[in-house]
Design a protein around this ligand. Structure first.
Ligand SMILES: *Cc1c(COP(=O)(O)O)cnc(C)c1O
Length: 385
């Protein structure tokens, strides 16, 4: 087996899910975002672990194919499809019992017509109405919610299962950001009232992502949708600091460790350049370890210079450009602590021995942990530990 792999610490995943359960408003459902293969952590494994833990009745995917993968592996919980799909995919929604986000007269009408073709009996297919309260992505305006809910609930084969909106700055702690989130929440409440005013049951109302789960306890409504905290990362650096000051008892642990092994050690003289573009020259005689991991594995080119890897409890810098399949690490001359075949941790939880996390890489790459995690490619085998 290839030595470059992603180890999924299932105990940490369980721990994080339990933390979420402890902090969600009593009675509110939990819908774990397992989209993008659980942010790179294996959606099937995550869903199984959540199932074993119990009390988690919903999973959220982005695409119909992701939903089908869960169904094919025996997941029977409710599955929400967060992104819109095209009419060619509608029959699969029905066949695999996937609950889609929907909005817009044309979209709902097309979905309704497809359901009429698909279902022969009086069976109804569950649908969520998406409301745009400020995210500027999918969803109807709050004032359109009543009319669109009616379109869904009056359809012969569709049923309004719930309503949802998505926060765009709930990870911000500035008063501006917090005021905007509150405004979004209030607009969502208005949309729910508009639906009720037509005598329609709005079903499960949901707005909370990871940031709102922790920052806005009063906005949990009927269901929250945790993503990134499930995998052990805070939505943003500011929420992390803020939370540590207000919720001392909230604790999460990174779940994924990406690791590899030293496959060669080379002795380089002072001045020898390393990798493409000759951007790095050895400042003195030194030894360079070769690692069989590169940007095709998800180690983004922009992580170097800056990133460090952990070998036997010490950090060493990646030097020169990261290649597609390999990268180089300066381990210093005649270092007795690094030997051929030694294990190297790129990032991960404490338990993995890593001294860096996906947040450290994100900072260097000017991105967020979400992107670092989802960039770990298919070529990197996931090992559920
Ligand atoms: C991805 C996503 C979530 C989860 O977001 P996190 O910030 O990872 O908690 C929740 N709701 C929707 C609609 C999403 O797209």
């Amino acid at each position: 087996m290839r030595c470059t792999k992603a180890v999924i610490y299932s105990e940490n995943l369980k721990y994080n899910l339990q933390q979420i359960k402890n902090h969600v408003k009593p009675g509110a459902e939990i819908c774990v975002a397992v989209k993008a293969d659980s942010y790179g952590h294996s959606a099937v494994a995550t869903a199984r672990i959540a199932h074993e833990l119990g009390g988690i009745n919903w999973f959220a995917v982005a695409t119909v194919d992701e939903g089908i993968e869960l169904r094919d592996s025996g997941i029977t919980e409710n599955i929400l499809v967060l992104s819109l799909c095209v009419p060619e995919e509608f029959p699969s929604l029905f066949a695999y019992k996937l609950t889609p986000f929907s909005f817009g007269k044309e979209y709902i009408t097309a979905l309704s017509a497809a359901a009429d073709l698909y279902f022969e009996d009086n069976k109804k297919h569950d649908v969520f109405l998406a409301v745009d309260t400020g995210m500027g992505r999918i969803g109807c305006y709050p004032e359109e919610a009543g009319e669109q809910a009616e379109l869904i609930s009056s359809s012969k084969h569709l049923a309004l299962k719930g309503m949802a909106t998505h926060f765009c700055v709930s990870d911000g702690i500035s008063s501006d950001a917090q005021a905007f989130t509150r405004e979004q929440y209030e607009k969502f409440c208005t949309a729910v009232e508009n639906v009720k005013a037509r005598g329609i049951n709005p079903g499960i109302c949901s707005c909370g992502n990871s940031a709102a789960i922790m920052n806005n306890f009063d906005m949990h409504f009927d269901m929250v949708r945790p993503g990134i905290i499930t995998y052990g990362y805070y939505p943003s650096e500011v929420t992390k600091e803020y939370l540590h000051s207000v919720h001392k008892d909230f604790d999460i642990k990174p779940v994924m460790a990406v690791e590899t092994q030293v496959v060669a050690i080379r002795h380089f003289p002072k001045g020898k350049s390393v990798s493409y573009g000759r951007t790095y020259e050895c400042p003195e005689d030194t030894d360079i370890a070769i690692l069989p991991i590169g940007y095709a594995d998800g180690l983004l080119r922009r992580f170097s210079p800056g990133m460090e890897v952990t070998i036997n409890g010490r950090k060493y810098p990646v030097c020169g450009r990261i290649c597609m399949d390999q990268c180089m690490v300066n381990i210093g001359k005649d270092n007795p602590d690094v030997k051929l075949w030694d294990r190297v941790v790129i990032f991960g939880p404490e338990e993995s021995g890593a001294l860096t996390t996906a947040d450290d890489l994100a900072k260097i790459g000017n991105t967020i942990s979400y992107e670092v995690l989802t960039s770990i490619s298919k070529r990197v085998k996931r090992i559920i530990f």
